[in-house]
Design a protein. Structure first.
Ligand SMILES: [Zn+2]
Length: 195
């Protein structure tokens, strides 16, 4: 017993009784659908990266690493499904997982944006000392000030800053970090100031 590549119905003849596609047509249709949804997924990743920088989370680095892992796993899965579809192998379960992943970057982008946008918690202003600086690339918001942490059990925080703040502060400077609690509980950084 095989399943229709497109709609997943059990199929006894070459033509699917549910959607009417032959196995060759179903392969074309399903591969086109995968390409379309992958494009939607890729746009979602771009929106996610942009949204994560508008109200930069305190854990921005971890969030972006997690986003990167989701990105590569999803693309690998998409590629694998396409490969199996070409060989007319069973793809129904993989297809459901993959199509389930497609809106994930959009959901995370919306969550991070609303977390900052709807945040009306009182700002928390904390003193910190700059202990280092890192610039990981040419992307905006890839500059980090490494500062002493005000949170329990953490030695340092990596604060996303713009080029201006990155140049302005040096190792050893005492600064004020304005943090916000976040509307959905993801702490983010409003800005850094001189004491
Ligand atoms: Zn079908």
């Amino acid at each position: 017993m095989t399943r229709c590549l497109d709609c997943g119905s059990d199929r006894i003849a070459d033509q699917c009784p549910a959607c009417g596609l032959t196995s060759a047509a179903a392969e074309l249709v399903v591969r086109r659908r995968i390409v379309k949804r992958t494009a939607f997924f890729l746009v979602g990743i771009i929106v996610f990266v942009a949204a994560s920088q508008i109200f930069p989370a305190l854990e921005l680095d971890s969030i972006q690493i997690f986003g990167g892992v989701v990105f590569f796993l999803s693309l690998a899965l998409g590629y694998w499904i396409d490969y199996r579809a070409r060989k007319h192998q069973e793809i129904e379960a993989l297809k459901r997982i993959y199509f389930g992943m497609i809106p994930v970057p959009w959901i995370f982008a919306g969550l991070l944006f609303l977390n900052g946008k709807l945040d009306n918690s009182r700002p928390v202003r904390v003193p910190a000392t700059v202990v280092g600086k890192v610039a990981t690339g040419a992307f905006p918001r890839s500059r980090r000030l490494i500062v002493t942490s005000w949170r329990y059990g953490r030695p340092f925080e990596h604060i996303a800053v713009d080029q201006n703040d990155f140049d302005r502060f040096q190792k050893g400077d005492d600064i004020i970090v304005q943090a916000q609690k976040g509307a959905v509980g993801i702490p983010w950084v409003y800005g850094v100031f001189r004491q």
